[in-house]
Design a protein around this ligand. Structure first.
Ligand SMILES: [Zn+2]
Length: 124
């Protein structure tokens, strides 16, 4: 059983590293939006699995009523805080997930309702 746990946690850690590398270095916004769910859910599910395995023999499981919503809240805040610039593809981390980002911190693109605002051209 311990060997399976070691292999499973190693595979999960390597998967998270690969996904994190793609999130950091790729400019493909669509791919990163698909991987965002995995980079948030995989560690959360791994954490819950490890806690469940460690507390398997405990007769009282009421701590799960607090732990599962707390982990869900962390995942939700991660979804709200991470976004991707539609113009340059940069991964942006919003410090306050309850407010919308107004511009890209890498290229300066202004966001209008989550989309890149059209570029203002200087008339010649
Ligand atoms: Zn940008």
């Amino acid at each position: 059983m311990k060997t399976i746990l070691v292999y499973a946690s190693t595979a999960a850690a390597l998967t998270v590293l690969v996904i994190a590398g793609i999130m950091a270095f790729s400019k493909n916004t669509r791919l990163k939006q698909h991987l965002r769910a995995w980079i948030l859910l995989l560690p959360a599910l791994t954490f819950l699995g490890i806690v469940l395995r460690l507390t398997w023999d405990f007769p009282d499981k009421r701590f799960l009523y607090v732990l599962v919503p707390a982990v869900g809240l962390v995942v939700l805040l991660g979804f709200l805080a991470i976004r991707f610039c539609p113009r340059c593809g940069a991964t942006l981390f919003n410090q306050n997930p309850f407010t919308r980002m107004k511009s890209c911190t890498h290229c300066g693109t202004q966001f209008v309702k989550g989309e890149a605002a059209p570029e203002k051209r200087i008339p010649s």
